[in-house]
Ligand binder design. Structure first.
Ligand code: XIL
Length: 372
């Protein structure tokens, strides 16, 4: 066993050595598209210590998002003290395997330390102080990775879930005011002028967030600010959203002159409400596939992935990236959200890293990206 692990590690080294001489033939999902769209995955740096998983990631994907290690609480938990070890490790792997790196994320209401926008007792900081903290964070983080990150989720999940409101009530908004999103895009554009800038959210294929996201895109542009793409997280279910809804949303965003990225794709086979608010945890819930995922469910999942990717392929001129939120089922956040400790089966590989039927369904559609 030890020797096998060593052999795989040696292979990985040999593969990275080849990169300098021109990559070997493209493989897996990344190879299916003729390079026409980035195919990404979200990972944690410790997953790279598993040689089999590291090999899968390099073979199948040409883009990585840090699942947690680029977030504000990871890189600047304490004001002015930056910790980039995990993020740097992921980025080094991406570069060694000719993969693009996406930064996730600069400003969010979750996984962000309180000090950035509030005092210890929870009171919003005065606007100037909130702005200074935001700018310092964006300058330092984008500065650290300058020229090595293809694009950043500048703002994550700022549109309110309640359609009656425009923006979500967040610590940043309470401190800085309604223009906090504009300020983040302004700071990001000057911190690394060559990085693409994204607005990322969940449920933004639905009419209500779609309309308000378009309002936001127009507001940014009216201020002369750059926004390159809208990220549709794509934490979707077997039952929805419908192919038509996804189709219509991509058309609507593209009509605003921005690219569309599917940034956090997974298809949850366990029924739940829509959305993906990280803090919306439930104490308990059914765990129907704790003993495995039966063939009829595998087929349903494959069919659903095929349907989604057929829509994406139809929009190949507007879709610049499709990123899965995890690699194999054992790495999925859905094992712990919205209910802790379940066995979920939302991705393309099972826990033994064996391709599921959904893999073939996706691969077939991805070939359309490369076709004339
Ligand atoms: C999730 C991670 O996957 C988890 O490991 C972490 O505990 C919470 O955050 N929307 C996002 C992602 O933008 O950052 C979230 O990632 C999933 C929902």
């Amino acid at each position: 066993m030890k020797y096998r692990v060593l052999a795989v590690a040696a292979m990985a080294v040999a593969t990275s050595a080849l990169v300098g001489l021109g990559r070997p033939a493209e493989t897996g999902l990344r190879g299916a598209t003729g390079g026409k769209v980035l195919i990404g995955t979200a990972i944690m740096s410790n997953q790279l210590d598993d040689p089999k998983l590291a090999e899968l990631i390099a073979r199948e994907f040409n883009c990585i998002t840090g699942e947690n290690e680029f977030k504000p609480e990871s890189v600047e938990r304490v004001k002015g003290q930056f910790t980039f070890a995990g993020a740097d490790k992921i980025l080094a792997f991406a570069e060694a395997h000719d993969m693009k790196m996406v930064g996730h994320c600069l400003l969010w209401h979750n996984q962000t330390p309180r000090w950035m926008f509030a005092s210890d007792d929870g009171k919003p900081l005065p606007r100037e102080q909130g702005l200074a903290n935001l700018k310092e964070h964006i300058d330092a983080v984008m500065g650290h990775f300058k020229g090595r990150i293809v694009g950043w989720d500048v703002v994550n999940e700022a549109i309110d879930d309640n359609p009656a409101n425009y923006l979500r009530d967040t610590p940043a908004k309470r401190s800085i005011g309604d223009d906090y999103i504009e300020k983040a895009f302004e700071f990001a554009a000057s911190a690394d002028p060559n990085a693409q800038l994204y607005y990322n959210d969940y449920s933004n294929e639905g009419k209500s967030k779609l309309e308000r996201t378009i309002k936001l895109i127009r507001a940014l542009k009216a201020k002369g600010l750059r926004i390159d793409a809208v990220g549709m997280q794509g934490h979707w279910l077997l039952a929805g959203p419908s192919a038509q809804e996804i189709d219509g949303a991509i058309s609507a965003y593209a009509a605003e002159g921005v690219k569309v990225m599917i940034t956090e794709l997974d298809v949850d086979p366990i029924p739940r409400g829509g959305g993906a608010e990280v803090t919306a945890m439930q104490k308990s819930g059914a765990n129907p596939y704790a003993n495995g995922f039966p063939p009829d469910m595998q087929e349903k999942l494959a069919k659903r992935y095929g349907e989604i990717f057929a829509v994406l392929a139809k929009h190949k001129a507007d879709i610049s990236r499709i990123t899965f939120w995890g690699t194999h089922d054992g790495t999925s956040w859905l094992n712990n959200w919205p209910v802790r400790g379940r066995m979920n089966h939302a991705l393309l590989w099972d826990r033994d890293m064996k391709e599921k039927p959904a893999y073939a369904a996706v691969l077939e559609q991805l070939k359309k990206f490369g076709a004339p």
